[in-house]
Design a protein around this ligand. Structure first.
Ligand SMILES: *Cc1c(COP(=O)(O)O)cnc(C)c1O
Length: 372
């Protein structure tokens, strides 16, 4: 099946009890044993698993082309599980340009726990190789990155990591399985904040780890999820799987509009930089062209001036909503440095856009008015 078809059918079978095409939501926390003491349907207790979570995991494994998947209560819970499955003292390579929550998780919570973190510019392969001269368990890639849209060569980093005996995880939230195929490029894990494009409607939190192969480390992850209790709840799993059904058409339309918005901003005299991998001027354009099927629907731009000029552009939009997060049907604008707070590496004149499903001409007109 092609990806568009998998979006519709992966994880779905008509309900055997009723024939329902849209699956029931199983809110039960506990499941009955047979007279023989066994669990005939494989479910015991909802912290460990439930039918909606399992359907999402099976659907996502199929969509990313992995051997198995684990669904969590948020993107951060998925990332935390990956760190928890490592040993205290393990060395992790983390990008300089990365979702600030990932950096905070690794550098504050898991530093207390003994994880050794090295931040490098993962777009610079020599810098990655230098970081890997220390014994390393995990290399984290986020491409395109938040909020600067830095593009890392996944296959090249995988090659370096393999030689060093390290695993590679790609945060594929911004590209989605439609836009980028990390496991086919050799990564061990694809990670998703399903809160974003997979859910797609700004109404559910979730996270996913998709594993290229089943092994002892994946068993450990399963134990972190089931024993630690961070798995995705039934209703949330149902909503994410429902969101995935329209992912292909939503994301393709959003990517087309994002390109129009990026081209408009790149020509605008009040804009000094546009960060979008689809633009030929983007430093990662060639790498992105090799490893991405779609350029994505996230972009950021820097206005002439500083923080107050950026804030006043954000204050003048009428269609874009001023909010954090991304991947929903409505377009969002955000002054990123404000939410990242102390320690942010984001330029003060930068605004980040999540391009939604409105007509692209309305979005361009809204930005034109705000930039006047
Ligand atoms: C939102 C996001 C996360 C974190 O996901 P939550 O569901 O908010 O915990 C991780 N990585 C990226 C790239 C994100 O955009």
């Amino acid at each position: 099946m092609r990806l568009e078809t998998l979006c519709i059918h992966a994880g779905y079978t008509p309900d055997p009890a009723t024939g329902a095409i849209s699956p029931p939501i199983h809110l039960s926390t506990t499941f009955e044993r047979g007279a023989d003491g066994e669990y005939p349907h494989g479910y015991r207790y909802a912290r460990e698993s439930n039918p909606n979570r399992r359907a999402l995991e099976e659907g996502m494994a199929a969509l990313e082309g992995g051997a198995d998947a684990l669904a969590f209560a948020s993107g951060q819970a998925a990332s935390a599980a990956l760190f928890q499955a490592l040993q205290p003292g393990d060395h992790v390579v983390l990008p300089l340009s990365v979702y600030y929550g990932t950096a905070r998780l690794a550098e504050s919570l898991f530093a207390d726990w003994g994880l050794q973190i090295t931040r490098v510019d993962t777009t610079d392969l020599a810098a990655v190789a230098a970081a890997l001269t220390r014994p390393t368990r995990l290399v984290w890639i986020e491409t395109p990155s938040n909020p600067l849209l830095a593009v890392t060569d996944i296959a090249a980093v995988v090659q370096l990591a393999r030689r060093a005996g390290a695993m590679v995880v790609v945060d594929n939230t911004w590209a989605t399985p439609l836009g980028q195929r990390p496991l086919e490029l050799g990564a061990d894990f694809a990670m998703h904040a399903s809160t974003k494009y997979l859910g797609g409607h700004s109404d559910v939190m979730g996270g996913l780890l998709v594993a290229r192969e089943k092994n002892d480390f994946v068993e450990k992850l399963r134990s972190v999820q089931q024993t630690g209790g961070s798995g995705a709840p039934a209703f949330d799993s149902w909503l994410v799987l429902r969101g995935i059904r329209t992912l292909a058409c939503r994301f393709e339309a959003q990517c087309r509009s994002a390109m129009e918005v990026a081209r408009f901003l790149a020509r605008h005299p009040a804009v000094v930089a546009v960060h979008y991998p689809g633009l030929e001027s983007h430093p990662g354009h060639t790498t992105a062209a090799r490893q991405m099927r779609l350029w994505g629907a996230m972009l950021s731009f820097q206005v002439k001036g500083g923080r107050s000029e950026a804030m006043s552009v954000a204050a003048r939009v009428r269609i874009f909503r001023r909010a954090t997060s991304l991947g929903g049907v409505e377009s969002l604008i955000e002054h990123r440095a404000s939410i990242e707070g102390a320690g942010s590496r984001t330029p003060d004149n930068l605004l980040r856009l999540s391009v939604g499903l409105e007509h692209p001409d309305d979005l361009v007109e809204d930005l034109a008015r705000a930039l006047q």
